[in-house]
Design a binder for this molecule. Structure first.
Ligand code: PLP
Length: 408
């Protein structure tokens, strides 16, 4: 019989998320009348902004008429969207960027997961712990790691996120080639200051490393002192690739549109010692395995940058940030130490026992589902993540239930 990819057998996190679902399903079966509030999910709940819907409809009408119908589009995205992104997300904020440096895709999960393909198997890779599991699991699937031992994969280097460093680890002593960073962070909600990101860029300059900077939650930053892009840091254009998504910015989780930013200066070494543009290798990869984002979706994404789109997406992120504040304030007033929830939609909460114990406590006593922190890495043990992506009323109710459960 055909054999499975042996590297998939090393994966751990798939069991983790199915374990959450199983525990919730078991509880619901035992207690069919109980209303469960899911505060663990990283998916948005509000509809698409009006401006995006309007553009989406118009573009669909274009697809319905012979004269305006479009087939395959450019793999890197239509120029109208690449130009709007460069202009609004970078140039307008004082960060030089060319439209050709923007690579439109159907999601940051795919981009951050697929990017490892363009690097040598000898690449020394560093990831934070706790971590968005996609960075790690895609390395495992591609056979780029060893086995799972003591809560970590052999062959990967982990940077510890701790209360002491505010979940913004410093660069390590050893020189690594590829570094994954994510700010505002999932799962911890931590944000990195200009100085902290500057340390990583200096590190990358010293060791010739490349930083893969995941800025999927950039739109939640409200503190103007915080960098929204790694390209605000001098030197980053030579040493970083940034990933952004319309998923959380504009409610596109089910619509699918994102982009990677690969500056022209970003170079990597080929097997013959010659330097290559990282963007060229990425195009090579994408043109083989990807055929672009649909035209109506790209028009809907472009509408994010219209005056109404900018206002409506701001309202959207404000809505979730108001939820985040309620969660953070409640949990803090109950005596918990919290990270995030200020410039991020996630609140990372230190629990008294282990993550699963607190998960079970919240499920059984408050009918609230959280995400146990241990699913994001060994340094997540003893924490839970609550998500602000929910209806405001449900969030308030969840907080009332948790307050009541803890006061018994
Ligand atoms: N990066 C991080 C840190 C995320 O938390 C998520 C989604 O939860 C993604 C990327 C995926 O975004 P997309 O919907 O664009 O695939």
């Amino acid at each position: 019989m055909i054999k499975s990819n042996e590297h998939y057998a090393k994966l751990k996190t798939s069991y983790f998320f199915s374990d959450i679902n199983r525990r919730v399903a078991d509880y619901q079966k035992e207690n069919p009348g109980k209303d469960i509030i899911k505060m663990g999910i990283g998916d948005v709940t509000r509809p698409l902004p009006e401006a995006c819907i309007k553009a989406f409809h118009q573009a669909t009408d274009e697809m319905a008429a012979g004269k305006t119908f479009r087939g395959y589009g450019p793999e890197q995205g239509y120029p109208f969207l690449r130009e709007a992104i460069a202009q609004h997300d970078f140039i307008r904020r004082g960060v030089p960027m060319k439209a050709q440096e923007i690579y439109v895709s159907d999601g940051s999960k795919c981009d951050t997961g697929n990017f490892q393909e363009i690097f040598s198997f000898h690449t020394r890779v560093g990831v934070p712990d706790p971590v968005y599991p996609v960075y790690v699991d895609t390395h495992v699937m591609a056979g780029r790691t060893g086995d799972w031992k003591n809560g970590r994969y052999e062959g990967l280097y982990y940077f510890d996120g701790t209360v002491e460093n505010g979940f913004v680890p410093d660069p390590p002593e050893e020189g690594l080639d590829l570094i994954y960073l994510c700010f505002p962070n999932n799962p911890t909600g931590a944000v990195a200051s200009r100085e902290q990101l500057g340390k990583w860029v200096r590190y990358a300059e010293k060791h010739g490393s490349l930083i893969l900077f995941d800025a999927a939650y950039e739109a939640f930053i409200r503190d103007d002192r915080l960098p929204r892009s790694i390209f605000e840091i001098p030197g980053a254009r030579n040493h970083a690739v940034e990933f952004r998504s319309f998923s959380k910015t504009a409610g596109f989780t089910g619509t699918r549109c994102a982009y990677a930013v690969i500056p022209e200066e970003c170079r990597i070494e080929g097997p013959d010692g010659k330097t290559l543009q990282a963007g060229d290798l990425w195009i090579r990869r994408q043109t083989t395995k990807f055929n672009g984002v649909s035209y109506p979706v790209q028009r809907a994404a472009e509408a994010v940058y219209s005056p109404e789109g900018l206002r409506q997406t701001r309202e959207l992120t404000d809505y979730y940030l108001a939820n985040a504040r309620v969660i953070r304030d409640t949990m803090t007033s109950l005596g918990f130490t919290c990270t995030g929830g200020e410039n991020a939609p996630y609140i990372w909460i230190k629990t008294s026992g282990n993550s699963w114990e607190f998960f079970d406590f919240l499920l059984r006593r408050a009918q609230v589902v959280c995400t146990p922190g241990s699913g994001f890495g060994s340094r997540g043990e003893g924490y839970i993540r609550l998500s602000a992506f929910n209806d405001a009323e449900r969030v308030r109710e969840a907080m009332e239930r948790i307050t009541a459960a803890l006061s018994v």
